[in-house]
Design a protein. Structure first.
Length: 233
């Protein structure tokens, strides 16, 4: 019985992460612009770049609030952020597209993404992922913890102290497992399906790198923060 119960300290631990996840939302002015600006591919790309930049800022703030993260080796902190940024952003935008946005916003955002100079070969896997996340109907605690688990993935490139990252990720996975049992009692495999999304996320890293390259080829401009997090010159 005690295996399934979420303990008091797990409740407190989870509250820190969920509050931080909910506190750090995409600024209103960015989402407001989504409805106002016109629909040219150029304008859409500029809006999406602004949105991506604020998503990275939100990601950095959320990551800093993950218990124990700031006590990791500083270079490992950077390696974890750079290694997980795309996956965390796909998760965040999947959640924004499948739940968060007031109605009408979602269709507008989807329309702008579809008409922003991204080639079909990246559009399909991206929207398949958004659909697969939508189908899970994650509660916000699961979204927050899944994002934290993604950031604390020990086997990112250039991470030196793997065990230190594992020690932070393990308690998150344990709480996430209990949450899934609690919120999806009739789906014993729900936790496994959730972790399966992390595998699908890894494939999106590759598509994202290709998207960056094709945008660069069309001389599309990024912001300094996006150049920094993805080592774009
Ligand atoms: C904000 C947004 C939302 C959904 C889809 C897309 C294409 C974007 N925009 C970008 C993303 C990106 C992301 F922010 C979240 C998910 C997947 C992503 F491809 N990455 C980058 C990198 C340089 C420029 C942009 C415009 N960009």
């Amino acid at each position: 019985k005690e295996k399934a119960e979420i303990t008091k300290e797990q409740q407190a631990f989870m509250k820190v992460i969920v509050d931080s996840y909910n506190r750090h939302q995409i600024p209103q002015d960015v989402t407001k612009k989504l409805l106002q600006e016109q629909y040219s591919a150029e304008e859409n790309f500029i809006l999406l770049t602004e949105m991506a930049t604020s998503q990275v800022q939100v990601l950095v703030e959320f990551t800093k609030n993950i218990p124990g993260f700031l006590s990791l080796d500083h270079e490992d902190q950077i390696a974890l952020l750079k290694g997980s940024a795309v996956e965390a952003m796909f998760l965040r935008s999947a959640q924004v597209l499948s739940t968060k946005m007031p109605n009408g916003h979602t269709e507008v955002l989807e329309e702008r993404i579809r008409n922003s100079g991204i080639s079909e070969e990246f559009m399909t896997p991206m929207f398949n992922f958004y659909k697969s996340i939508g189908k899970l109907h994650m509660v916000q605690e699961e979204q927050a913890l899944l994002t934290a688990v993604t950031i604390l993935t020990p086997d990112r490139p250039f991470v030196k102290d793997h065990p230190a990252v594992e020690r932070l990720q393990e308690p998150m996975l344990e709480v996430l497992r209990k949450l899934c049992a609690l919120h999806h009692p009739r789906e014993p495999q729900y936790f496994a399906r959730l972790l399966g999304r992390l595998t699908e996320l890894r494939t999106l890293n590759h598509y994202h790198t290709e998207m960056l390259t094709s945008w660069r080829m069309n001389d599309q401009k990024f912001t300094p923060l996006l150049c920094e997090i993805w080592d774009v010159q």
